[in-house]
Design a protein around this ligand. Structure first.
Ligand code: DGY
Length: 325
């Protein structure tokens, strides 16, 4: 019997997805410090046929030399792949797959949660009770911002942006405006109660809530900067469940402190797991530790999707979710 392909997971996965992998591959799981250290990466690309990284991995340049290395495929556990150097992978002949679709609902749910949490003081209210600070109901205590009927602005109208529009339009009667690099079919947009505007600044100035759903990295780094915060209403909120580097965190802190922006709900940060030291001090933001896809079923589905891509690769079949860029 031919030896099974050797696969390394750079971090532990949900059990069911690991079990599926183990039926077809010889699987090892890195259980040392995270992210997986460079020295371990350099050994791993000589020892494993496939490596399954995640968003936290810092992948050394040598990992992309597929012609010389044993590792020919990176099966990314996640839809975003801005931590993978696609140019180097293409040049070195390393195939890359990702996990689109399965985390759309979980991530949009989280974005809605952050929007409500920051606008209605849900996190702050929870903290007040836990800290013994609640003095009882009164008509002016902890007044938040009304969400139903407010205008939602979406930056990036892909799967997750559309799922956010759907939830907010049909759930909260919110008019939705959006910015997307390419033109979206107006009929599709209309079915979600959404309208594509000419420029990003048009969206920013119209919205009461701005939710980011574009990829990180490349030209999107600091897409939300000091000028863009000035373009938003001072009463508006920023929600980010996409990637931390889309937001200039220092400029955001300034906007939140100076009253240029009413608040922010953040699930992702520029330099994870480091968070700008001022953010936790601000009461007008809600902070989550990159939980967008963090449900048991979603993370299992992500692992199963990596598995199906590796299986196709080792069977010589087209990858269901090849990253082509
Ligand atoms: C994704 O899938 O991109 C999530 O952010 C986790 O990496």
């Amino acid at each position: 019997m031919a030896a099974q392909p050797r696969v390394l997971l750079t971090t532990p996965w949900p059990t069911r997805a690991v079990e599926a992998m183990r039926e077809h591959f010889e699987v090892d799981i890195h259980d040392g410090p995270l992210p997986m250290p460079e020295a371990k990466w350099l050994d791993a690309v000589q020892e494993y046929d496939a490596i399954a990284p995640t968003v936290i991995d810092q992948i050394p340049a040598a990992a992309y030399h597929g012609a010389q290395n044993r590792t020919k495929i990176l099966g990314n556990f996640g839809v975003g792949y801005n931590h993978i150097d696609m140019a180097a992978a293409n040049t070195g002949g390393v195939v890359v797959s990702n996990t689109p679709g399965v985390l759309t609902d979980a991530t949009a749910d989280q974005a809605v949660g952050l929007m409500l949490a920051v606008a209605r003081g849900i996190s702050l209210g929870d903290w007040k009770i836990r800290a013994g600070q609640w003095k009882g109901w009164n008509p002016t205590d902890s007044l938040g911002t009304h969400v139903t009927g407010a205008t939602l602005g979406i930056i990036g109208f892909g799967r997750i942006g559309q799922a956010m529009a759907k939830r907010c339009h049909f759930g909260f009667d919110m008019p939705v405006v959006f910015h997307n690099r390419s033109k979206i079919d107006p009929a599709l947009a209309q079915a979600l109660g959404a309208k594509q505007l000419d420029s990003m600044d048009d969206v920013l100035s119209a919205a009461d809530f701005v939710s980011l759903h574009c990829p990180g990295g490349g030209g999107n780094r600091h897409l939300m900067n000091a000028d863009r915060f000035k373009a938003m209403k001072p009463s508006a909120f920023l929600i980010n469940t996409a990637r931390g580097d889309i937001v200039d965190e220092a400029a955001l802190v300034h906007a939140l402190k100076s009253g240029e922006l009413a608040g922010a709900g953040l699930d992702v940060f520029e330099d994870e797991p480091r968070v700008h030291p001022e953010l936790p001090k601000l009461l007008n933001c809600v902070l989550n530790p990159h939980l967008g896809s963090a449900t048991e079923s979603t993370r299992t589905d992500m692992g199963l999707m990596v598995f199906r891509n590796l299986l196709a690769f080792f069977n010589g079949q087209p990858l269901p979710n090849a990253v082509t860029q």
